[in-house]
Design a protein around this ligand. Structure first.
Ligand code: DGL
Length: 269
């Protein structure tokens, strides 16, 4: 029987993209055990309805709770945007961290001119979740959101420094740059992989990578709850997916920045 501190952190996403969060957590909290679930059979979520995403998200949360996690990290912006509240209700006292709260907070700390841009999936943009999170802290901030759905398949294709991706990024950023933003939130799991390219296209803008800020928020929440694992030199990482597509390992390892030992397939619902 593991103690509370030894129990794993449960991280989940619509697919493989949330591994950018796992990577940030491994770096920030190297002694924590982690269970990851990626809903690779049903990705993308970014184009689906709120009701469908909520149903899928609750199934994932049930699975992670059955695996005795001590905290939940919603790595998917789209899930956080539409199902964050329901997940928190279900989790009760357990710490629940999410990329939108952490990203909004970091953006507010970064901006100097109070003009923040957000790029995300269609569902995240339509939910208005980033603007709500930012305005709940500072109502005077200008928030400009831009759906950037084409960047998801481009990243999955590995076109991280490709001319097509560069032109797509340039097109998406045009209205945000015209609004003179000084801070841009990468509001989708896939976008941190495009940081160098986006950085070149938005030169005077500071990029907020919500994976890093979420890992920081997780460290803080675990410390506050007395749940930090400080004695574990050999952390256990388990990766569960609902389908193992042909290129899953290659793409996953690119997101994670290291090899994946155990990948297991499970069926939910
Ligand atoms: N994980 C999603 C997000 O962060 C992107 C991929 C999808 O559409 O499912 O919004």
């Amino acid at each position: 029987m593991s103690t509370s501190k030894q129990r794993p952190i449960g991280v989940f996403d619509s697919g493989v993209g949330g591994l950018t969060n796992v990577r940030a957590l491994m770096e920030r909290l190297p002694m924590e055990n982690i269970i990851y679930f990626g809903d690779t059979a049903r990705v993308p979520y970014g184009t689906k309805s709120r009701a469908t995403i909520e149903t899928f998200a609750m199934q994932i949360v049930d699975f992670l709770l059955e695996n005795d996690v001590k905290a939940l990290v919603i790595a998917c912006n789209t899930i956080a945007a539409v199902a964050g509240q329901r997940i928190r209700q279900k989790a009760g006292n357990m710490p629940v961290l999410d990329v939108i709260s952490a990203g909004a907070e970091a953006a507010l700390q970064t901006t100097k001119n109070n003009r923040i841009g957000i790029i995300a999936t269609n569902t995240t943009v339509n939910s208005n979740a980033y603007a709500r999170a930012i305005h709940s802290k500072n109502n005077d901030t200008l928030v400009r959101t831009q759906a950037a759905p084409l960047l998801v398949p481009l990243v999955e294709e590995g076109w991280l420094d490709h001319e097509v991706t560069r032109l797509t990024v340039r097109e998406y950023l045009k209205p945000l740059l015209a609004d003179d933003i000084d801070t841009l939130v990468l509001g989708c799991t896939h976008f941190p992989l495009l940081k160098p390219l986006i950085g070149r296209e938005a030169q005077n803008v500071t990029l907020v990578d919500s994976a890093i800020t979420t890992a920081e928020a997780t460290a803080k929440a675990l410390a506050q709850a007395g749940l930090l694992n400080t004695e574990n030199d050999n952390p256990d990482y388990r990766f569960y997916v609902s389908d193992i597509p042909l290129r899953f390992r290659t793409i996953g390892e690119r997101f994670l920045g290291r090899s994946m030992e155990q990948i297991e397939m499970v069926t939910l619902g």
